[in-house]
Design a protein around this ligand. Structure first.
Ligand code: NIG
Ligand code: FE
Length: 411
């Protein structure tokens, strides 16, 4: 058993459901708290200087020195398995080329596709293991990983296989998403419909059969996949038991968020350009908004209308979007600061966004996302007395101690 005592404030959302509207800002705050961990799970939580029953039998005692404790952070949107990097794009971007201009010219995602196809599975695995180590040290204890840089059967399956190996080899919980429809590969230039048909007929059945992903995603965007193509892909995936999520309205509002509502997708992601129709459909269907402020920053775009979404009763999650193009940062703490300053979410709303709502967006809510008895002991002690401090400092890593599955992985 592990006893964590002398926690200044233990702050957590409560319950295993997506928090919407006023619930988004409701966190439980326990002062002078202690947590007793047994077999990787939270056995009990006490407050006001009381120690849990059985605390005396703990083999390990951790003194939190009055620090803030929260659930481990959950990054519910990343593209973390990729070959190479794309630092060469920045000068083009600074000269005025847009994200979609670079993609149209065969760069952007397609540049990473070339490098990912050329990389051996082991190479991708080792590189991603390094990213997971970095994330864990930042207080992230669960993460989503999308494919989408293979864009053919062999290389999409290679990326998903890397996801499987990461989940098995690393302490982090890794949730795999199939994003075969991330861009139109060069072999299918001008034939997006044929590419979607190929994915549905040949790749998706293998992904489902071999349980290589629990989710299917599509990049629904101008010049990439339109609404009918996205609908076809996601419905085919739903039929095979995968849950739907969608890159929607990142650059143009072409109806991706409305489609998420129509299909009862688990989440719609980005939503920078989403307006009334998309938000109404999402609110009605209970779709989670996975917002990615780091991408707005990096692409020089506006920020998703988070306050309006919360007011309309849409549960909001915040994620990094870590990828080699539109957001080469895996620092979710930085995204949390942007959630505070740019989305104008309260520190409590931000914590809900990166814990329980992110867990719901990945289907992990029964196990992680809150500090409650019976949940997995994924806990971070912060070098901060309160959430206000955590979202105020930016650029530093404030994760002092990280506990994953009851094991101290960063001390
Ligand atoms: O979420 N927009 C599509 N996909 C990623 C970017 C991928 C890339 O640029 O390599 C995103 O922003
Ligand atoms: Fe993305």
């Amino acid at each position: 058993m592990l006893l964590i005592k002398n926690i200044g404030v233990l702050q957590t959302p409560a319950g295993s459901f997506a928090h919407r509207g006023p619930q988004q800002g409701q966190n439980l705050k326990l002062c002078n708290a202690a947590v007793l961990v047994e077999d990787g799970k939270i056995r009990s939580i006490t407050a006001d200087g009381q120690l849990p029953e059985g605390a005396g039998r703990a083999e390990t005692v951790l003194d939190a020195a009055c620090r803030l404790a929260t659930p481990g952070l959950i990054d519910c949107h990343t593209h973390m398995v990729f070959g190479g990097y794309r630092q060469g794009e920045i000068p083009l971007k600074l000269q005025g080329a847009g994200y979609l201009d670079i993609l149209r010219a065969g760069g952007g995602i397609l540049d990473t596709v070339g490098k990912t196809r050329a990389a051996a599975e082991d190479e991708l695995f080792e590189k991603s293991m390094g990213f997971l180590d970095e994330m864990l040290a930042l207080g992230i204890t669960s993460v989503e990983s999308k494919s989408g840089y293979g864009l053919d059967q062999e290389n999409e399956l290679k990326q998903l296989q890397v996801n499987r190996r990461l989940q098995e080899a690393h302490k982090m919980d890794v949730v795999s998403t199939f994003l075969g429809a991330h861009a139109i590969p060069p072999e299918y230039a001008g034939r997006a419909d044929a590419y979607i048909d190929m994915l549905c007929a040949s790749v998706l059945p293998i992904v489902a059969e071999e349980k290589l992903a629990g989710f299917c995603d599509v990049f629904c965007e101008t010049g990439v996949f339109d609404v009918p193509q996205s609908r076809k892909m996601l419905q085919a995936a739903q039929k095979l038991g995968l849950r739907a999520r969608i890159h929607a309205d990142e650059i143009d509002e072409i109806g991706g968020a409305a489609l998420a509502g129509e299909l009862c997708a688990v989440s719609a992601e980005h939503l920078i350009a989403t307006g009334d129709r998309g938000m109404s459909a999402m609110a009605e269907a209970g779709v989670i908004a996975d917002l990615l402020p780091g991408t707005s920053f990096y692409l020089g775009k506006t920020y998703a209308p988070a306050r309006e979404m919360i007011a309309r009763g849409i549960p909001v999650a915040i994620a990094s979007d870590f990828n080699p193009g539109s957001c080469p940062s895996l620092n979710l703490q930085l995204a949390m600061c942007m959630g505070y300053l740019k989305y104008r979410m309260t520190p409590e709303e931000v914590l809900t966004a990166v814990t329980v709502n992110a867990a719901c967006s990945l289907g992990l809510e029964a196990r992680v996302g809150t500090l409650e008895e019976g949940k997995q002991a994924d806990i971070v002690l912060w070098n901060a007395p309160d959430m206000e401090m955590l979202v105020y400092r930016f650029g530093s890593n404030l994760a002092e101690t990280v506990i994953k599955n009851g094991e101290v992985v960063k001390a």
